[in-house]
Design a protein around this ligand. Structure first.
Ligand code: SAM
Length: 276
């Protein structure tokens, strides 16, 4: 595991409160990687990631989904509208909660979605109340990942699934410090390896169903973002929102190099709770 002791939860919340309009301008309604298997516009690639995870987790109509770290509600709204799920989105950021709720109303998904502002590491939700705990690129920001997966397992009904996409530390040593620089500049208290995630899910009593490494299929995300930042004026106005946003924009190349050198990977996991 690669860790960065200087990251604080306050900083993460503030980043998402301030940076959400930048994410929307730069990348669209989803704050996660796209998956490319051929040429596709970024929004389609982002939907391909959602569809890949939903398919691996066998999500079906009528299921209750908890979308942990729901951002602007991108996945929550897709799962409600295209998959017929009832979705509870949870975000640390009050700005994102309001944004997600408004988007759901605009997109006709208000009746099948609700959005909460809270911390996934201490929010109280009833046990056995969800079929799916969906977590797309939020676990990187969690301070105690094994404890989070124990909480997620308790929230699931028998037969329920954790559906997870995560930025991972590579298996070797981070000799160039690329993964450590990503932790610091993208506000990740730690990055686990694929093996560590598998161990945490199993220690929470879940059975691993799927692990796929998607690094090569997602890395184009950062080439496109880098181009967009260079071509647009986002870099000029970012300092207005403080240092973390500038650091974030300046480190897209670090992330790309981390993927290319194996210092980091990108993984998709599905783990299941026993059906009674
Ligand atoms: C990279 S964004 C991913 C957003 C969303 N899953 C998507 O794919 O569009 C990370 C999200 O995790 C949320 N987050 C970070 N730490 C959290 C915590 N402790 N509890 C709840 N949400 C958290 C942030 O507010 C943000 O919405």
């Amino acid at each position: 595991m690669i860790a960065c002791a200087s990251v604080t939860k306050r900083e993460i919340r503030r980043h998402y409160d301030l940076a959400t309009p930048f994410y929307r301008l730069l990348w669209g309604p989803h704050i996660h990687h796209g998956v490319w298997d051929a040429d596709a516009p970024p929004l389609q690639a982002q939907r391909q990631l959602i569809d890949r995870l939903a398919s691996e987790a066998s999500i079906s109509a009528g299921e209750d989904v908890l979308d942990v770290g729901c951002g602007m509600g991108g996945s929550s709204i897709e799962l409600a509208k295209r998959y017929g799920c009832r979705v509870t989105g949870l975000t640390l950021s009050p700005v994102q909660r309001a944004w997600a709720r408004t988007s759901a109303v605009w997109q006709g998904a208000a009746r099948r979605t609700r959005f909460l502002c809270g911390d996934a590491e201490n929010v109280v939700l009833p046990d056995a109340s969800f079929n799916i705990v969906w977590n797309v690129e939020c676990s990187e920001h969690l301070f105690d990942k094994p404890a989070f997966f124990r909480r997620a397992a308790a929230w699931l009904r028998p037969g329920g699934r954790v559906a997870l996409c995560a930025w991972l530390a590579g298996d070797g040593t981070d000799s160039d410090g690329l993964a450590a620089a990503v932790c610091e500049n993208f506000l990740c208290p730690s990055l686990g390896t694929a093996g560590e995630y598998r161990g945490w899910l199993e220690a929470a009593g879940l059975r691993m169903r799927t692990y796929e490494e998607l690094t090569r299929q997602v890395e184009r995300t950062w080439e496109i973002c880098l181009n967009r930042v260079r071509r647009s004026r986002v870099g000029l106005i970012a300092p207005l929102t403080g240092r973390p946003m500038t650091r974030f924009l300046n480190h897209f190349t670090t992330l790309l190099n981390a993927y290319r050198t194996g210092a980091m990977r990108y993984g998709l996991f599905v783990a299941e709770k026993a059906a009674r």
